[in-house]
Ligand binder design. Structure first.
Ligand code: IMP
Ligand code: MG
Length: 169
C-alpha cells in the first residue's frame, strides 16, 4: 500500500474544523474544568491542536491500548495513574472511530474509575463500519471506508507526520 495523491482534508480544512470543535467543546462544558484523555499514538497531533482551541481549564493526559497482533483481542490497557479520572469531566480524544470495539472497551474500563461524565471527541468517524452501539459526541469529519493516514494516523507506523489527511491504496 502506497500513499495516494488524493487529499482527504487539507491542512487548512483541518485547522478550521479543529477550531470549530474547540468552540463546540468550550460551549458544552462552559464554567467547568475538563480532563482530556488522548488515545495514543494516533491522537497526538489532534490533541496538541484541539487542546489549544478549548478555552477552559483543562488537564491533558494520554493512554495507550496494547493490542495483541495475533488475535486482535485487546489485552492490556495502560495509562498514567496520576491522571485525574475520578469525579472528572473526562473527554476521550481519539483519532478515528472505526468498528468502535477499541473505544467501547476503553470506555468500559474508564467507567470503573467513576468519572463525573464521560464523552468522546473523535477527529474522524467511519460510521458504516461500526460493530458496537457507540455514538461519538464530537466528530471532526465522517470518512469513507478507506485507510486514512496523516495528521497522526499511520499505516504500518508510517505517515503520522503528514500535515494533511490522505489515503493509502
Ligand atoms: P476500532 O476498534 O475498529 O474502532 O479501531 C480503532 C483504531 O484503529 C483507531 O483508533 C486507529 O488507531 C485504527 N484505525 C482504524 N481505521 C484507521 C485508518 O483508516 N487509518 C489509521 N488507523 C486506523
Ligand atoms: Mg486510535
Amino acid at each position: 500500500m502506497n500513499l495516494s495523491r488524493e487529499v482527504l482534508q487539507s491542512e487548512n480544512e483541518i485547522a478550521e474544523r479543529v477550531g470549530s470543535l474547540g468552540r463546540e467543546i468550550t460551549d458544552y462544558y462552559k464554567g467547568q474544568e475538563i480532563s482530556l484523555l488522548g488515545v495514543l499514538k494516533g491522537s497526538f497531533i489532534f490533541m496538541a491542536d484541539l487542546s489549544r482551541k478549548i478555552k477552559l481549564p483543562a488537564q491533558v493526559g494520554f493512554i495507550e491500548i496494547i493490542t495483541s497482533r495475533k488475535t486482535e483481542f485487546l489485552t492490556e490497557i495502560a495509562f498514567n495513574s496520576s491522571f485525574p479520572i475520578e469525579g472528572a469531566h473526562l473527554l476521550i480524544v481519539e483519532d478515528i472511530l472505526d468498528t468502535g470495539v477499541t473505544l467501547a472497551y476503553l470506555m468500559q474500563q474508564l467507567q470503573l474509575y467513576q468519572p463525573r461524565s464521560l464523552r468522546v471527541c473523535t477527529l474522524l468517524d467511519k460510521p458504516h463500519r461500526r460493530k458496537v452501539d457507540l455514538h461519538p459526541d464530537h466528530v471532526g469529519f465522517q470518512v469513507p471506508d478507506r485507510h486514512v493516514v496523516g495528521y497522526g494516523l499511520d499505516y504500518q507506523g508510517k505517515y503520522r507526520n503528514l500535515p494533511y489527511l490522505g489515503y493509502v491504496e
